[in-house]
Write a protein that binds this ligand. Sequence first.
Ligand SMILES: NC(=O)c1ccc[n+]([C@@H]2O[C@H](COP(=O)([O-])OP(=O)(O)OC[C@H]3O[C@@H](n4cnc5c(N)ncnc54)[C@H](O)[C@@H]3O)[C@@H](O)[C@H]2O)c1
Length: 364
Amino acid sequence: MERIKVNLDKGRNDSYEIFIGREILDRLGLVVKVRNHADRYVIITDSGVNPLYGELVREKLNGANLPVDIIEIAAGEASKSMNTVLDVVSQLINLGASRKSLLVALGGGVVGDLTGFIASIYMRSVPYIQIPTTLVAQVDSSVGGKTGVDLPEGKNLLGTFYQPEGVFIELSFLKSLSDADFKNGLAEIIKYGIISDEEMFKLLEREHDAIVDQQPALMKNIVKRSCKIKAGIVEMDEREQGLRRILNFGHTLGHALEAASDYRLSHGEGVAIGMVGAAGISHKLDYLDQASYKRILNLIKQYGLPTQVPGDLETKKIVGFLASDKKVMDSKLHYVLVKKIGAPFVTDAVGVDVITDVIEELRQ
Ligand SMILES: NC(=O)c1ccc[n+]([C@@H]2O[C@H](COP(=O)([O-])OP(=O)(O)OC[C@H]3O[C@@H](n4cnc5c(N)ncnc54)[C@H](O)[C@@H]3O)[C@@H](O)[C@H]2O)c1
């Protein structure tokens, strides 16, 4: 089992460890018991994950004599809502969960974001741990402490920064994941390669077949590297004042594409096209050479992720969503570009004409 320490602000006691491996849950009960003195443990999971792993995780905690309840929410993004928050909170109250209870987020990013949010506000905050079960959650959402729910007006509009007490990444859970959800996670892993780890980028180029077959040593390697990159960035900029923005590589255009398609495009698909777009802008503005642009494009293609803007999405509509993103952030649209693979930078100096040209060039 690998361990990564996430060291946050020294003034607060917010640091935690990420455990990564196979069959690591055998030690879950003991680790949790030693670190947390909770009176009860409540697993929050969804209807896709509960039948697969709910009882297994309960057994592992029960094995260390810990009292465990399970709350199940419906699988899917629609559950990341205030209605679900209120529903889960009433169930917690009915179960007798107190300020000394600990919540266990068992699931993908939806369960993780929702549980973290509830943990940050339930009885003025209770501790929680993350047991991420999707690749997106294992390499991205479970690390960094961003929690939240969606509102009818937009995604992630209510939320907090609230760090978990620990993250337990059980790699064998990935076996049951759908191809589409596996690819969503691969898009984030490719992103880490582009922004921070050329060696991993090369590994992804070289080992495509073994990675899509989930060869255990390789999966552990790329999940660990991705977590290390995210943890390292979060340690330096927990609240996204600057550096953390580089994690948004491909996401600005990606979100606009997702929204313009009425979420027909998944997050991973939006990010994949968004990364090609960001690399395209980097090349157009003479930061990135043609060969590196092609490598980025080819790697995304190689993993079966889309690289072109669907024909039915109007450029004007996509640019409109980019502009509304700008309003939410601040007065300027920040773009993450790359000078080479592994060397990103943030700029607010990308003209709408350049973005429009690149979107047009990426059309099917
Ligand atoms: N907090 C962050 O920093 C952060 C980062 C990235 C994404 N997110 C959020 O994460 C969410 C997306 O997360 P996601 O992609 O994990 O989606 P998800 O949580 O909706 O999970 C996708 C589907 O996979 C199923 N599933 C989960 N694990 C499984 C397994 N091991 N085997 C079989 N099925 C399984 C779930 O039941 C669900 O139907 C979005 O809401 C996004 O905003 C947050």
